[in-house]
Write a protein that binds this ligand. Sequence first.
Ligand code: ZN
Length: 371
Amino acid sequence: MDPQAVFCPNPACLASGQVGKGNISIHSRKEQRYRCKVCGKTFAATTGTVFYRRKKSSETLTCVVTLLAFGCPVQAIVQAFAWDERTVRSLQEQAGQHCREIHEQWVEQPRDLGQVQADEIWVKAQGVILWLAMALQVSTRLWLGGAVSAHRDRHLIREVLERVRACALCRPLLFCVDGLSTYVTAIRAVFREPVRTGQPGRPRLRPWDGIQIAQVVKRYAQRRVVGVERRIVQGTERTIQWLVHLTQGDGVINTAYIERLNGTFRSRLAALVRRGRALPRQQAALQAGVYLIGTVYNFCTYHHSLRVELQLPGHRRRWLRRTPALAAGITDHKWSVEELLWYQVPHPPQLPKRRGRPAKAFLALKAEWLT
Ligand SMILES: [Zn+2]
């Protein structure tokens, strides 16, 4: 137990979410509980992790989540570990929700994306088809998020683009998408900034400069690609070529990177779809599953094409392998699945609204903790 590495999870506490401030002490080693000196509350070492209130050992839980993240059928886990199916399902959903919070904290930070590819695939559930839309940053292969819907419509596309926007800086940005016209209107609607003039009323929205949109439309005959048409919908040929060269080295406008990721997700998702459940439940389970797969892909798996060659003294060479999160500069090492599940996402304190003048003692505490 290390009190310097944990924070107070109590949202009503002023020291909530702050690490290494010396406010945490060990309450009980036997029960694995810490105590916060600011609010006086005790909490379990597993609070905020996937292991919270679970009876199985952390090794077993990590093993099962790893199997799920790589597409192992739930029935196989039920047989191998002699677990109840509901336990596996609830663990899967909880791990997915946990990964989503990690994604929102680490990946959804403004960064210069360069080129983004987006695409949608369908996933077969019982009696229905669900759509999954995803986006990827080409230069680092970083998965930027996904949206699930029963329909392949503007809401689905808009939701995935909102995720991309949360990860984007207002810099030259190229979108490579398929021929679905919804992307063009949705990109133009999402990538806008309010112009504040100080006048009353809703501010005017100005589109981002430097947004380039290219479409790659494939023609099929008997399930084979017989022709590829590339269109520039927005932007200039010169800027697009520059961004393509910058983010993928060479080549032409394509959607190959997202298509490869689609393949990875498709093979792993099949096992996560539930049978005989109502549609909203299916949708929520799939959404959680998508974030579990996506976060394990971003943080825990080396990507072959991201490796870089190191020149060591004496003409020696070594390959440095990287995960997408490492390539994007989010982290400095490859995370293990166990690390991912143990990670506690800090939340800012949510203090209750107070009436009247606050007490001096409260103001002193606030000055000490909220800096
Ligand atoms: Zn506290």
